[in-house]
Design a protein around this ligand. Structure first.
Ligand code: NDP
Length: 241
């Protein structure tokens, strides 16, 4: 059977691992990108194989334009197709804006926005050849509403939403759909630094989300059930936003 293929950036742990596993269960061959977390990425690959699917590790830093281009081209060449790209890699470097070092600003914007450019551009070129594809980027509720201490992260995630909406308009006639998912408070390494009790008070459902609950929405956006959905942002926040 011909494999549908997917690349998940930051696919080794947290939300990215749940997305890799869910797409594997959906029948995709999954390329698991990581930057530093090789052990976690290997564990994810083992879980993908346990789920009866297959995949491969795809190490590169999403901030590195050349490395991303080569990796995406190589991945697309393996099965001569690329059906899905999930831009999930991301990080925070929180702090009050007036005190924020330039490094914190640059790190978050480069990872999220340069990362989007570096990985999505070669992916869209591959998808254009086949006139089919789905790009899903993991934004955040911080890209939609105010969040003190996260001016850099809000800027990056709002930028991701805007870039995706415009790209969706550019690629719609080439059969490529482009959407974003905006999670609220999801239990992962990243959110373990946040004030849990204060955040729970803001969530109507009264609990954090699970990575699998984000992955389910990504799966929908990558499926034929979403064949007429593009340029959208789906919020997964337990009613927080
Ligand atoms: P984690 O900190 O658990 O994982 C972050 C992932 O991003 C890791 O796989 C990491 O790879 C990867 N990554 C970071 N920088 C790079 C880079 N330069 N190149 C390649 N990969 C990189 O975070 P989450 O799973 O919680 O977050 C996943 C996404 O979801 C992020 O975009 C985040 O902003 C977003 N999000 C998370 C929320 C939450 O509450 N957890 C809420 C809203 C949005 P490695 O292991 O190799 O370092």
């Amino acid at each position: 059977m011909e494999h549908r293929t997917a690349i998940v950036t930051g696919g080794g742990r947290g939300i990215g691992r749940a997305i890799s596993l869910r797409l594997a269960r959906d029948g995709f061959f999954v390329f698991i990108n990581y930057r530093a977390g090789e052990d976690a990425a290997r564990e994810t690959l083992a879980l993908v194989e346990e789920a009866g699917s297959a995949g491969r590790l795809l190490p590169f830093d999403v901030r590195d334009t050349q490395a991303a281009k080569e990796a995406v081209r190589g991945a697309a060449a393996l099965h001569k197709r690329l059906d899905v790209l999930v831009n999930n890699a991301g990080l925070t470097a929180d702090g009050v804006f007036a005190m924020m070092p330039k490094d914190s600003w640059d790190l978050v914007l480069q990872t999220t926005l340069d990362g989007f450019y570096n990985v999505t551009k070669p992916a869209v070129r591959e998808m254009t050849k086949a006139k089919r594809g789905s790009v899903v980027s993991i934004a955040s509720v911080a890209g939609l509403v105010a969040n003190r201490g996260q001016v850099n992260y809000s800027a990056a995630k709002a930028g991701l939403i805007g870039a995706s909406r415009s790209l969706a308009a550019e690629t719609a006639r080439a059969g490529i759909r482009v959407n974003t998912v905006a999670p609220g408070f999801i239990e992962t390494d990243m959110s373990s630094k946040l004030p849990r009790e204060a955040l729970l008070g803001l969530i109507p459902m009264g609990r954090p989300g699970l990575p699998e609950e984000v992955a389910g929405v990504v799966s929908f956006l990558c499926s034929e059930d979403a064949s007429y959905v593009t340029g959208q942002t789906i919020v997964v926040s337990g009613g927080m936003v």
